[in-house]
Design a protein around this ligand. Structure first.
Ligand code: RIB
Length: 298
C-alpha cells in the first residue's frame, strides 16, 4: 500500500524543558527537579507524529546554522522526515521553547528565531513538494504571510489543508475559507474567529478539548468524539500528535469521525512519555490501543 504523503510547513524548536513540583508565582523563584533539551516545535512535532504513523513526510521550515539547528535536523532525519526543504538561516538562532512541566500540564514561551526568517518566496520554491502531497499541515509559529502562501499553493493543487491555529491570532477570512480543517482548542477558537463569524465555518472546525476529546459539527449538529484516560507524564505535543495523526488518517480515506477517534488515541498515547515527540506512537500501537479500549473510551 502506498504511503500517504504529508507536507508540514511550520516551526522547528529546541525545547528547554524544566520539570517542577509546581509552577512559580509571579516574581517567585523556585527550585526545579529536572532539566532536558528535547526536539520540539509544533511543525516538527506534527511531522514526526505523521512519520511514526507511516506517512512519507516533507518538512518545510527554517533552523539556525548552530548546534541546536544541527541536532534538530539530525533528529528529524532519524525519524525518516525529509529535511531537504528546511532553510538554513545564518542571521538568527534556531527557535527555542522554554517549557515548564508541572501539575499534569505545561506552560510554554516560544522564541521563534529562525522560524520567523521563513519568507513567502521560500515557499514558492517548494511548490512541487506541496503539489504532490495528500495533505498539507500548518500551524502559526511561522509568519502568517508564509502560512497564507503555502495554503494558497496547496489549494492551487487541490491538496487538503489542515491548519492548526496555534499559537492563536485572529485569522483573515480568506485563510479560513481556504483551509479544509481548522483544529483550535477552545481558547484558540475564540481568538481566531475574533473578526469572522464562526458559525459560517463550523463544518471545518475541529475543537480539541484535551483529554476530553474533540468536538466537530456534522449535519448541522455538534458531535463529541471522546478522548481516552491514560496515565499522564507530559502533555506537551499532544495537540501536535492529534494533528499529525489526523492528517495520516484522512489521507488514508477515513471518515472525519473515525479519523478524529484515531487521532485522539494517538494523542492519548503521546502523553504517557516525556517530551513532545517522546510518546508519539506507531500505527500498530494506535490500533492495539483502540482495540484494548473498544467500548471503554474516556
Ligand atoms: O505544541 C508543543 C510545542 O509548542 C513544543 O514542542 C514547543 O516547541 C512549542 O512549539
Amino acid at each position: 500500500m502506498t504511503k500517504p504523503v504529508i507536507t508540514v510547513v511550520g516551526s522547528i524548536n529546541m525545547d528547554l524543558v524544566t520539570i517542577a513540583s509546581r509552577f512559580p508565582s509571579q516574581g517567585e523563584t523556585i527550585l526545579g527537579e529536572e532539566f532536558h533539551l528535547i526536539p520540539g516545535g509544533k511543525g516538527a512535532n506534527q511531522a514526526v507524529a505523521a512519520a511514526r504513523l507511516g506517512a512519507e513526510v516533507h518538512m518545510i521550515g527554517a533552523v539556525g546554522t548552530d548546534p541546536f539547528g544541527n541536532e534538530l535536523l539530525r533528529s528529524l532525519e532519524r525519524e525518516g522526515v525529509h529535511i531537504d526543504n528546511v532553510k538554513p538561516v545564518t542571521h538568527k538562532g534556531t527557535g527555542i521553547a522554554s517549557i515548564t512541566i508541572s501539575e499534569q500540564d505545561n506552560r510554554i514561551i516560544v522564541v521563534p528565531g529562525a522560524n520567523h526568517a521563513l519568507r513567502p518566496e521560500d515557499i514558492d520554491r517548494y511548490e512541487e513538494i506541496i503539489a504532490k502531497s495528500d495533505v498539507c499541515v500548518l500551524q502559526l509559529e511561522i509568519p502568517l504571510s508564509v502560512v497564507e502562501r503555502a495554503v494558497f499553493l496547496a489549494k492551487k493543487h487541490h491538496v487538503r489543508v489542515i491548519l492548526n491555529p496555534a499559537p492563536a491570532q485572529p485569522l483573515p477570512q480568506k485563510l479560513i475559507e481556504q483551509a479544509d480543517f481548522l483544529t483550535p482548542n477552545e481558547h484558540e477558537r475564540e481568538i481566531i474567529f475574533e473578526q469572522v463569524d464562526v458559525d459560517v465555518f463550523a463544518d471545518k472546525v475541529i475543537v480539541t478539548e484535551g483529554a476530553r476529546g474533540v468536538t466537530i459539527r456534522k449535519d448541522g449538529k455538534q458531535v463529541h468524539i471522546p478522548g481516552f484516560c491514560v496515565p499522564v507524564v507530559d502533555t506537551t505535543g499532544a495537540g501536535d500528535t492529534f494533528n499529525g495523526a489526523l492528517a495520516v488518517a484522512l489521507s488514508k480515506g477515513m471518515s472525519l469521525e473515525d479519523a478524529c477517534r484515531f487521532a485522539n488515541a494517538a494523542a492519548a498515547l503521546s502523553v504517557t512519555k516525556l517530551g513532545a515527540q517522546g510518546g508519539m506512537p506507531t500505527e500498530e500501537e494506535v490500533k492495539k490501543f483502540l482495540q484494548e479500549k473498544a467500548g471503554c473510551s474516556s
